[in-house]
Design a protein around this ligand. Structure first.
Ligand SMILES: Cc1ncc(COP(=O)(O)O)c(C=O)c1O
Length: 387
């Protein structure tokens, strides 16, 4: 049977492979400290669940408009205006099955064979594969700890060619936890605007920023930025709703229309009653969001403090999301090799940085309990001392 070149071009997910190894070990009764999670360990707040259950019970179980129910699109429009100083009308908003689908739709609607898409590395592992699925080519801009894992406007400009169609920004970022400042974004936008390069701004970790870091929406920076940017966000990380599969984007009219069309012919509407839950998330009490953020903040402080005291390991203190990227290059092992050994010898699961395009690092998630973080870091420290 022949598989399409499109499918053949994809790299199997390394996050899933380490995860399945860790799960198999757990099933054998081995006590694993898992730092590979990409989702909050908190439960979805009760009022969100209740709204969804109420929707099911009242028969809200049929197709909805493919871009989402009008009241949710309106609530998202209000959220963009209040939180992000962004003026997206409801018709410019498309609700999808997760921010992942929003990103994919955005790339499919704008990129094609011959186009290049600039992606700062380390990156969220799905971006390059989405670009390849669209027939376009990812172009990576490596970043370093010294720059706080951030791409400068100059790095961006140097990576541009006449074929550059889009740049993908993800602040706060996975896997680095980096948060771009307003000034840094302004400079990047200036470069993009000179050549009319589209910006896919994935702001899914918006609500998780720490210390004095400020989340800035790229499209809010100027009219030029607004016209070039597709802003992606979702419910997974802010409201602990990963399994609900709900994300959204705001985009200039013509792009939103194209995305609407793609979605209507591929997946149709996101789940009807989940949308009612999402509406409750936006309209309801936001205290659970800040409680989760505060708990993540405590864990971040603890984890960073411990990691920075381990010989031969370095890390940049993240200002957002729930990950710390630890540089383990002094051990002279590939990140995959390091992560495999760490799992089999110390029962600690991390994600090898190669999955994110950086073989010098491994990613720790602190979306797990402080007890597991403490035990896991004890084991990690001992492992590092013995390598
Ligand atoms: C940077 C980034 N964007 C998008 C997503 C996907 O989010 P969703 O669950 O809404 O599809 C993730 C999930 O890990 C992510 O880390």
């Amino acid at each position: 049977m022949s598989i399409s070149s499109r499918a053949n071009s994809l790299t199997p997910s390394l996050t899933l492979s380490i995860d399945s190894k860790a799960k198999a070990m757990k099933a054998e009764g081995i006590d694993i400290c898992g730092f590979a999670a990409g989702e909050p360990d908190f439960d979805t707040p009760d009022h969100i669940k209740a709204a969804c259950i109420e929707a099911i019970n009242s028969g809200f179980t049929k197709y909805t408009p493919s871009s989402g129910i009008p009241e949710l699109r309106t609530a998202i429009s209000e959220k963009f205006s209040t939180d992000n100083k962004l003026d997206y009308k409801a018709h410019q908003i498309i609700v999808s099955n997760g921010a992942k689908q929003s990103c994919y739709n955005a790339i499919l609607a704008t990129c094609e064979p011959g186009d290049e898409v600039i992606i700062p590395a380390p990156y969220w592992l799905s971006y390059p594969e989405m670009v390849r699925l669209a027939g376009a080519e990812p172009v990576f801009v490596p970043t370093t700890e010294q720059s706080g894992w951030k791409m400068s406007a100059e790095d961006f400009e140097n990576a541009m060619t006449p074929r550059t169609k889009m740049v993908i920004l993800n602040s706060p970022g996975n896997p680095t936890g980096a948060v771009y400042t307003r000034e840094e974004l302004e400079k990047i936008v200036e470069v993009a605007a000179e050549e009319d390069i589209l910006i896919l701004s994935d702001e899914i970790y918006e609500k998780l920023t720490y210390d004095d870091a400020e989340h800035v929406s790229v499209a809010s920076l100027s009219p030029e930025a607004y016209n070039l940017t597709i802003t992606v966000n979702g419910f997974s990380k802010a409201y602990a709703m990963t399994g609900w599969r709900l994300g959204y984007l705001g985009a200039p009219d013509s792009i939103a229309k194209a995305i609407d069309s793609i979605q209507s012919h591929s997946t149709s509407n996101p789940n009807s009653f989940a949308q009612k839950g999402a509406l409750a998330a936006l309209k309801g009490d936001q205290q659970p969001v800040s409680d989760m953020r505060d708990e993540f903040n405590l864990r971040r402080d603890y984890m960073f403090d411990r990691l920075s005291k381990i010989p031969n390991v370095t890390a940049v203190k993240p200002l957002g999301a729930f990950y710390i990227l630890a540089n383990i290059s002094r051990f002279s092992l590939t990140s995959q090799n390091f992560a495999d050994r760490l799992l089999s010898k110390a029962n600690v699961a991390v994600v090898p940085g190669i999955a994110f395009g950086d073989d010098r690092t491994v990613r720790f998630s602190y979306a797990t309990s402080i007890d597991i973080i403490k035990t896991g870091l004890d084991r990690f420290e001992e492992f590092c001392r013995s390598v």
